[in-house]
Design a protein around this ligand. Structure first.
Ligand code: C2E
Ligand code: MG
Ligand code: MG
Ligand code: MG
Length: 290
């Protein structure tokens, strides 16, 4: 197998690795100016009641439209921003932009259900560790006159387990503002179920990998365990990555009330969300009350 010959040899200079490092460096530099150049935006993915209720929340997801690279996926540029620390700046922008947009939805006539809509914003570890975060969140809410319970901040398990005491303290500060906290990608981290209880969290977002396995009896049992665990801790489970009708049905059977995924909607522009809100309003006004 000459083709793979030398594959495991020690490489002093690996041109591919070199390119990867160069590219990350280039990306890091370009990302620095991306915000000022208006290349960053937020898309919003609807979170629906699984039984077909109107839009209850949207998750803000960052998008980078690079003039040459085109759309750079967050899985590529978020880690770069995290490594350089730029994520603190980008994250503050995302929080502000999401709140500004929510205010705009609330102020738009004919978006009847926008008054109940919540917006969910992802946080990075660096942001959570920043002592200024609670102040920043409070300021941002005030700037756009957003009721605190309309904002959900998403954190991951890994951000909670590094320094449990510090994480609990920081999350309490955030909870004291009246906002909601969700654990993202739930089930993929290492958090022992025991100390999940100590964290002042409100929701868990069940990772897509569990939703993917709902077709097997084992996968279904696993999802059931997670959903029951969430309920027993008084946490609202929200399923991520629902792509098929059968998954939505299974989740409903298992008692999971909320979900997001391509089956319902992809992340989309603010205008599309405005239209969805208008449709909701339409439905509410045309339906005869029960
Ligand atoms: P996440 O927070 O877990 O967001 C959910 C991801 O799953 C999104 O990917 C969304 O587009 C994708 N998704 C939703 N439904 C489906 C589905 O049915 N099928 C499939 N295959 N995918 C689905 P996206 O937008 O590419 O974001 C990836 C990750 O990047 C996010 O995962 C989050 O960890 C991070 N991210 C995105 N925006 C931000 C941000 O503003 N700040 C921070 N810190 N991280 C962000
Ligand atoms: Mg998320
Ligand atoms: Mg997630
Ligand atoms: Mg995920």
């Amino acid at each position: 197998r000459a083709k793979n010959g030398g594959k495991d040899d020690l490489c002093i200079f690996d041109p591919i690795m070199h390119d990867v490092v160069e590219d990350r460096l280039a990306m890091s530099n370009e990302l620095r100016g991306a915000l000022d150049r208006g290349e960053l935006s937020l898309h919003y993915q609807p979170i629906y009641g699984i039984k077909g209720e109107p839009l209850v929340a949207v998750e803000a997801l960052m998008r980078w439209n690079h003039p040459v690279r085109g759309a750079v996926p967050p899985v590529e540029f978020i880690p770069v921003a995290e490594a350089s620390g730029l994520i603190v700046t980008l994250g503050a922008w995302a929080l502000d932009e999401a709140c500004r947009q929510l205010r705009q939805w609330q102020d738009t006539p004919d978006t009847g259900t926008a008054g109940q809509l919540q917006v969910s914003v992802n946080l990075s570890a660096r942001q959570l560790a920043d002592d200024d975060l609670p102040h920043l969140v409070a300021q941002t809410l005030a700037r756009h006159d957003i009721a605190p319970h309309r904002l959900i901040l998403e954190i991951t398990e890994s951000m909670m387990i590094n320094d449990v005491e510090a994480a609990i303290r920081r999350l309490r500060e955030l909870k004291d503002l009246g906002i909601q906290l969700a654990v993202d990608d739930f089930g993929t981290g290492y958090s022992s179920l025991g100390y999940l209880r100590q964290f002042p969290i409100d929701r868990v977002k069940i990772d897509k990998s569990f939703v993917d396995q709902l077709g097997t009896s084992q996968g279904r049992a696993l999802a059931e365990g997670i959903i029951n665990l969430a309920h027993s801790l008084a946490l609202e489970p929200i399923a991520e990555g629902i792509e098929h009708e059968y998954q939505s049905t299974a989740l409903d059977d298992l008692g999971c009330r909320f979900g997001q995924g391509y089956h319902f909607a992809r992340p989309e522009s603010p205008d599309m969300i405005t239209r969805r809100l208008a449709d909701n309003a339409q439905r509410v006004t045309t339906e005869t009350p029960v």
